[in-house]
Write a protein that binds this ligand. Structure first.
Ligand code: OAD
Length: 246
């Protein structure tokens, strides 16, 4: 397998020697599995922009509409399989003395691809949460039997997903920050790097002296911050990167 074009020996060597590796992923890593990205045209549903639907305000106003959108997305995701990008990240985990995957993706494909040490920053589309009691349960019904789905306590269930305007789980955020501060090598793959706080992780890691490598189809706001950017498909570049470690 060829070494990715534009990747210096220095970067490969830094990854080879890294004691602690963190990978931060976004929707671009699942794109080649067929999951629509958020900011691409294919992310649209009934002409709604995801950013209009993934909010507590949208859910309070029209929970049926928001659940119909999630039901559509669950139906899209259910048959999909991990792609070579997911598999390369799982392989990198096996090779790294200390490893953490921080994903903004909610599709569950990293787990299906074999990743173990993982934090799901924005939740998981297969988990639902009672709006009254806050308890989280798995729900894999496709399609959902009732929209909106109800908890046995009689209250409504909502997707266990962090929406725009909501805070991340403080425990997950704390663990992510600790890993970012401690890592020697950070790979940022398939994220537009515009949603906080994850958009700040590459900056923090660089400030702490880590080597930061970006993998994306196109330049992003963090391209000027990272040590190196590889432009192309994550499903091609990440397997090449892992293979180049020897
Ligand atoms: P975006 O849709 O904003 O960005 C996807 C990124 O992936 C873009 O920069 C694309 O260039 C890149 N990309 C697309 N296909 C790719 C491929 N095959 N290989 C490599 N890169 C590719 O998605 P995120 O950055 O994940 O939050 O968005 C961050 C968060 O904003 C999401 O988790 C979601 C959202 O709206 C919530 O839902 C809370």
């Amino acid at each position: 397998m060829p070494t990715p074009t534009g990747l210096s020996d220095e970067i490969i060597d830094a990854l080879r020697k890294a004691r602690s590796v963190v990978v931060l992923t976004g929707a671009g890593v699942s794109a080649e599995s067929g999951v629509p990205t958020f900011r691409g045209q294919e992310g649209l549903w009934r002409n709604y922009n995801p950013q209009e639907l993934a909010t507590p305000e949208a859910f309070n106003k029209d929970p049926t509409l928001v659940w119909e959108w999630y039901d559509w997305r669950r139906g899209l995701i259910a048959p999909l399989e991990p792609n070579p990008a997911h598999l390369a990240i799982a392989e990198l985990e096996k090779r790294s003395p200390s490893f953490l995957l921080i994903t903004q993706n909610i599709d569950g494909l990293h787990k299906k691809g074999g990743s173990k040490q993982m934090l799901e920053l924005h939740g998981n589309i297969w988990n639902v949460r009672c709006v009254a009691e806050g308890n989280v349960t798995e729900n894999h019904d496709v399609p959902l039997q009732n929209i909106p789905p109800m908890c046995s306590c009689g209250a409504m269930l909502r997707p266990h997903i962090v929406w725009f305007g909501e805070s991340l789980d403080p425990h997950i955020l704390h663990q992510s920050l600790q890993a970012i501060e401690a890592c020697d090598f950070l790979i940022v793959a398939g994220t537009s790097a515009v949603v906080q706080p994850s958009a700040s992780f590459p900056i923090m890691a660089r400030e702490r002296g880590a080597t930061v490598l970006e993998v994306n189809m196109e330049p992003t706001p963090i391209s000027s911050v990272v040590n190196s950017s590889l432009f192309g498909k994550a499903g091609e570049l990440l397997p090449q990167l892992v293979a180049s470690l020897g």
